[in-house]
Design a binder for this molecule. Sequence first.
Ligand code: ADP
Ligand code: MG
Length: 731
Amino acid sequence: MLNLKNVSKFYYNKGIIATGFTKVNLELKLGEFVVITGESGSGKSTLLNVISGLDSYEEGEMYINGEETSHYTEKEFEDYRRKYIANIFQSFNLINSYTVYQNVELVLLLNGYKKRQVKKKVLDMIEKVGLTKFKNTKVSKLSGGQKQRVAIARAMVKDTPIIVADEPTGNLDTESAKDVIEILKKVAKDKLVIVVTHNIEQVEEYATRIIKMHDGRIIENTQRKEIKDEKRLVESEYHKITIFNKWRLGIRNTFNIVTKFLLLFAVFLFITVALLAEYAGFALSEDENNTSYGSAGFSDLSENRIIIKKQDKTPFTQEDYEKIKALSNTDYIVEDDLFIDNSISFYRNDISFYGNMRNIENLKGTVDLGRMPQAENEIVVRANKDQYNISHNTEEVLNKTYTLRNDGEQNKEIKVIIVGIQYRENDYDYQFEFYLSTPMMEKLRSMVNRNYSDITVFFNNKYTSYTVLPSEKVEKGKAIVSDDLKYEFSDGRVRNKPIVVTVSNIYYKEELNLTVGNTYTKSNYTRVTGYENYSPYQLPIFINQEEYDAIFDKPSYQSSVYIKDAKEIDQTMQELETLGMKPKKAMDFRVDYNASYKQVMKIIKLVVTVVLIVVLFFISYFIIRIILKSRNIYYTTLRMLGATFKSVKRILDIELFVNSTLAYMAVLGFIYLINQNMISFEYIAKLTSYLTIREYVVMYLVLTIMSQLIARRFSKKLFKNTAINTYNEEV
Ligand code: ADP
Ligand code: MG
């Protein structure tokens, strides 16, 4: 059944060739109990390993059941082993952290049996080797003889035709050695048993054949009993390990050695915390760097400012303002919100100032120079004391008439007299604040409205962008247009034709429905319109002065509420909403001017993160390898029992996955407790406030992937060598 013809085994080691054994010829049958003896180094183990398919051979042919094996690949030898071979070792090679039952069961689980199917088999086999009493005892607690009996049970339970035992009694006292051989003989009848031993007397009565080796050769081969009718060979059944059993073993391995579990757990804790801290720390520093903001629309983006409009889009009334003032968190209201953000220049001769307009009612305290205003056109200026014009040029400022002009506005000027100056604590802002009376603010508002409005004219069934100018000479409801426009109409007449002037800005849209009254020509231009300098290239439409003013002279549509306590902003926002307002936080309009700087920081962050992950990976890999190295025997044993690379990797995967998930959960639990204020760690609470669900999920994925990569690397290392080499290295 098992034939060796001129089989030789050589070892190549750094250019030196060593001989394991040479030209071995053997013919072994089922039912034989073969004993191999010989002094140390004579090649016994090497021969057993070749027969077991644990090691390759270089010369000759080995036949199993008539099939030649010299062309076998690693994979085919794996199948060969699973079908035919069970090994018993001198050092037992059991899994010490498993119970007797688990050790015997393991070989079946690895070979695709389902847990339910195996129970009886396993218990029967444990019974046969006389260990029923110890079935739930951890192997580490057993004596040597008992351990070897477990190894026999494990070798037998899979029911392979060949049992190979390399010095199974080498570590045992005479009594238990005898025991073991007896049991082996008893349970292995009808099988081919090959036993290496130094102690011939112990086996003599059972041996059917005794082989003596010397210096790599067989020098004696004595048949002591004839095997007459050889039994039919039955290959041992095996399948791929089930997913369920992989999980079972993976989870069992997570917890079977407490120290290992805790060490791995600590490593995963470290990785998780390092990753989360790195990310959150970065987000925090990024946030703290973000102090420079700007916005195209608003210049004051302080956290105390809430910009409000009304939900029904109507202008504010005094009643509205009273209600808002009554809110507990309201500091003050700037009714003309526009002037917070629009700088208006203010000049006299060659002196000019630039700044924000405020209502005199918002001026706190009193003036430092001059007096408070009494007339509508009198104003107060507030500025840094070290401003040159304020400190050295006071006579040019105080009690002088200045002209206010919004950028680009030429039609209308507003003249004011500065009667008071209030000093401000010097700050970096060199802008002035101008405090005006309410009627003056209204004039300004209408000026700004004009500036920011689009005027379109619907005439002769189309929209056109004529210049629209106010004129005292035009009646209400009428418009004066160029006489040339008559040519645009088929009837050649333009008088009494309808004309719609639409004014729109961000706050409102208003239409004036007019009809054409007079027309103007070059010769009557000034008389009819009141304007000079007729130009044939610019033919404006003139409308009534009062009507024109009324379109722009609107109450405020947008105001700002300044609040006392910025932390209470959400509460105040809600109160404003119940008052029928549409509030917006000014700080929400912050636009980052440092976008490109941030882009660079983002890239750096990415690089730092990737480097960190790689470094963490290697640190963890080396730590985990040291921890797992103690488990080499375990995995090699799995391999000897028929586990493939894939299933070993998967079992390790699961172990690391379970452990890393537990570590991750622990960190999450800790963060949860901190955020529930059950544990006080302000800094950590602050850090974690930068983590969103997304980050937590990403971190978990990174952690899982890392543990899988580690499992992969480690399994690859394990399988790089032949099973027997990995085994020998460790023993
Ligand atoms: P035994 O089991 O009879 O004591 P072995 O089979 O272990 O002997 O060894 C047989 C010969 O093969 C010895 O000369 C030994 O030095 C050599 N040998 C065994 N394993 C290796 C190896 N991995 N590399 C090189 N030589 C080896
Ligand atoms: Mg040996």
